[in-house]
Write a protein that binds this ligand. Structure first.
Ligand code: F6R
Length: 357
């Protein structure tokens, strides 16, 4: 079943374009078509609260950014925290629960309390007929196909694509055809990019990460959820300490960790915040940290040298880089973990779906 791949995780990283394509298929032309959501019945949410765990929570953080672009206020909460909070959302709010498996107890519990409080509940799941689907008023399915590797990969890109589409569907006024167009092209762009990354081109990076005392991930705006996701993927399969930070927070504490031997991986796909991100990375380099920049046009930006190494992403329309950067972070974690001889598909202490609280 793994074909020419050594692990399910590796196979699933390369299946992300197909996962996105199948998730978008029939639902997106110039305008999104989501028959599950009837605007005349459900209207437009005054506020959205996302709840999720782990990688799905990172997808939700991106979903918040997309909805904000569409003019809809959005909040994101970790499901295990949300379910014990006082639900003081405005009447008519939607609560959107995201879960690849659709069986995560905390996410289902959070949706249950949202439903009891009278909010419209919308589930986003990758498994038809899942408990999440049964629990929610409405459900949108990602069609990423079965994900066997415990570390989530292609499901993440499929969730993000679906959230992008949802924000286009809920946006007010004329549809954002530029974003719809970029989204339609994104799976194929990701496919071309993943094919262009030769395994050897990552060898030296994998070696450096393996030798690093500490690996940190930093990003702002759209790059912040990517930094969190890069760190989660890295720590859960390499068993090495790794954390993701908002770039602007580094100087409030984490920068004390920077010294030679520390590597900071910086996803750089948020064009609006690029200059700010570069100035955070300069501070890291000045303290002896090694900066690996992952983004489009890295070589062209900033005065002087602000990175030690770069993985260039194609110069694609805004938002396409999210999928490519996610693919790079997944692959780096995968390669380091397999170089360490870890059981990549079944990392220690973890289960594919966490059905207990
Ligand atoms: C990380 C990972 C976990 C899951 C989390 C939620 O790679 O796989 O963090 O994302 O357990 O799982 P779902 O999305 O099934 O609710």
């Amino acid at each position: 079943e793994k074909g020419t791949f050594r692990h399910f995780m590796e196979k699933e990283i390369f299946e992300a374009p197909r996962a996105m394509m199948d998730t978008l298929a029939d639902r997106l032309s110039v305008t999104p078509v989501l028959p599950e959501l009837d605007r005349s019945v459900h209207g437009r949410p005054p506020v959205v609260a996302f709840v999720a765990c782990g990688t799905s929570w990172h997808a939700a953080l991106l979903g918040r950014a997309f909805l904000e672009q569409a003019g809809i206020p959005a909040f994101v909460e970790i499901a295990s925290e949300f379910r014990y909070r006082k639900l003081l959302l405005p009447p008519g709010s939607w609560v959107i629960g995201i879960s690849q498996s659709g069986e995560t107890a905390d996410t289902i519990g959070a949706m249950e309390s949202a439903r009891r409080a009278g909010f419209l509940t919308l589930g986003i799941s990758n498994v038809p007929g899942s408990s999440l689907e049964r629990e929610c008023d409405l459900c949108l399915l990602t069609h990423a196909g079965p994900e066997i590797g415990v570390a989530s990969t292609k499901a993440f890109q499929a969730q993000v694509a679906l959230l992008m589409m949802l924000s286009l569907a809920l946006g007010e006024g004329s549809p954002r055809t530029d974003l719809a167009d970029a989204l339609i092209r994104a799976p194929h762009r990701l496919e071309l990019f993943l094919e262009s990354l030769s395994p050897e081109s990552l060898d030296a990076r994998v070696e450096r990460l393996r030798e690093s005392r500490l690996v940190m991930f930093a990003g702002r705006g759209l790059d912040y959820p990517l930094a969190l996701e890069g760190a989660l993927k890295f720590k859960e399969i390499t068993y090495r300490p790794a954390d993701g930070y908002p770039g602007g927070e580094l100087k409030h504490g984490p920068i004390a960790l920077i010294e030679p031997g520390v590597t900071v991986i910086a996803p750089l796909v948020d064009r609006l915040l690029r200059a700010k991100e570069i100035s955070n990375l300069r501070e890291i380099r000045a303290r002896g940290g090694y900066v690996l920049a992952v983004g489009p046009n890295v070589v062209k930006e900033g005065h002087g040298i602000w990175y030690d190494d770069r993985i260039e992403l194609p110069d694609d329309p805004p938002w396409s880089g999210i999928y490519q950067a996610a693919g790079v972070l997944q692959l780096l974690a995968y390669r380091v973990a397999s170089a360490l001889g870890n059981d990549v598909d079944q990392p220690r202490n973890l289960a594919k779906s966490v059905t207990v609280e």
